[in-house]
Structures are given as C-alpha cells and as structure tokens.
Design a protein around this ligand. Structure first.
Ligand SMILES: Nc1ncnc2c1ncn2[C@@H]1O[C@H](COP(=O)(O)OP(=O)(O)OP(=O)(O)O)[C@@H](O)[C@H]1O
Ligand SMILES: [Mg+2]
Length: 176
C-alpha cells in the first residue's frame, strides 16, 4: 500500500505525464461539512481505448516496458473503496483521461493526506514543459497554482530555473 494520498496523486499524475499530456489538472478538495475528500486528475494525453480502460483497474495490467504489474490506478481505487468512497475513470483515445476518487473524510481507514502542495511543487518543477493547474481546497480555503500563468510571466525562462524553483517553493509554502 502507498502510505499517503499524496503518493497516489503523484503516481496518477505521472501516468498523465507518461501519456504525453501537455495540460494536467489536479484538484484535491476536502470538505468537512460534506464529510468528503475528492481527488480529481485529468489530462489531455493519448487516452485509452475501451479495452485498455477495462484493464487498468487490474493490478496485472501495465503498458510500461518490462513491467508486469501496474499498481497506480488499482491502489487509488482500492483506497477510495476502502473508505466507502467511489472511483471513476473516463478516457477517450486522442483526447485524454479523467479520474476521480472520493473518500469519506472521517473514515478510520482514510490514509494520511501527506504533503499535497509539496507533491504539486515537485510535479511542476520536474515537468517544466507541462501546464499544471492545481487546486487544493480545504473547507473553501483554496490554494491555486497554474504553471501556465507562471510560464507566461517568465517569458522564456524555464520553470526549473533555480530561481524560479526557489520562488515556487516559497509560494507553495505560503509566504511567496
Ligand atoms: N492518464 C493516462 N493516460 C493514458 N493511459 C494511462 C493513463 N493512466 C494509466 N494509463 C494506462 O494504464 C496502465 C496502468 O496504469 P497504472 O498506474 O495502474 O500502472 P503503471 O503506470 O503501468 O505502473 P505503476 O503505476 O505501478 O508504476 C498504464 O501502463 C497505461 O497504459
Ligand atoms: Mg502508474
């Protein structure tokens, strides 16, 4: 089992990166009033044919070369279902993929969330050519990061330039 939900987010977002996405949206919403945690990740990558889509929830399915098991999706689905939540995946070849996992917030088996903003930071700076739109919402208090907007401001300076990385680190830490 992955230990924290942020590890699941990293894994599923990296699937989007490997799928050749140019634009990836990651939304994490924690709502105490609704007793619900929702993780949604969507991309404009290669997508999956219906056949593949049926197989992705199977741990023994992977298209990674030399790999016989693919655990990213089955583990997230398993975690959501263990917490009386739901898992939904939709995909269209040539268009992209959307994944949504929900969890009952007070469920005793809910894994720790982990450092969601750190995960968002790491995804941004390790994939500087991809536009990430992040939203982290805790009871209506939102943290937003659109790396496309940052890139526009930067002109030609890459998102993994050391000074930009330092700026993003401060921003993500909440005092940028
Ligand atoms: N966003 C996506 N776009 C296109 N194909 C995807 C996407 N996510 C998953 N897939 C396909 O589903 C397969 C299974 O994904 P999963 O994350 O479960 O395992 P994996 O990435 O192959 O291996 P692991 O996550 O264990 O390193 C992938 O190999 C890939 O073919
Ligand atoms: Mg994976």
């Amino acid at each position: 089992m992955l230990e924290e939900l942020s590890d699941h987010i990293m894994d599923v977002a990296m699937n989007s990166v490997r799928a050749g996405a140019r634009h990836v949206s990651v939304s994490v919403q924690s709502d105490a009033a609704k007793d619900r945690l929702t993780i949604a990740i969507s991309d404009d990558g290669v997508g999956m044919a219906e056949d593949t889509l049926k197989n992705v929830v199977d741990p023994f399915y992977s298209t990674k070369v030399g790999k016989k098991v693919g655990l990213g999706i089955p583990l997230l689905k398993g975690a959501a279902e263990m917490c009386d939540g739901k898992f939904n995946i939709q995909s269209t070849p040539g268009k992209g993929t959307e994944i949504e996992a929900t969890f009952v917030l007070h469920h005793p088996d809910l894994p720790p969330l982990g450092d969601v903003k750190e995960t968002m930071f790491l995804l941004s700076v390790s994939n500087p050519e991809i536009r990430f739109c992040f939203r982290y919402d805790v009871n209506g208090k939102e943290f937003l990061l659109d790396t496309g907007e940052v890139r526009d401001i930067l002109g030609g300076v890459p998102l993994n330039h050391p000074e930009v990385v330092a700026y993003l680190r401060r921003y993500v830490a909440g005092n940028g």
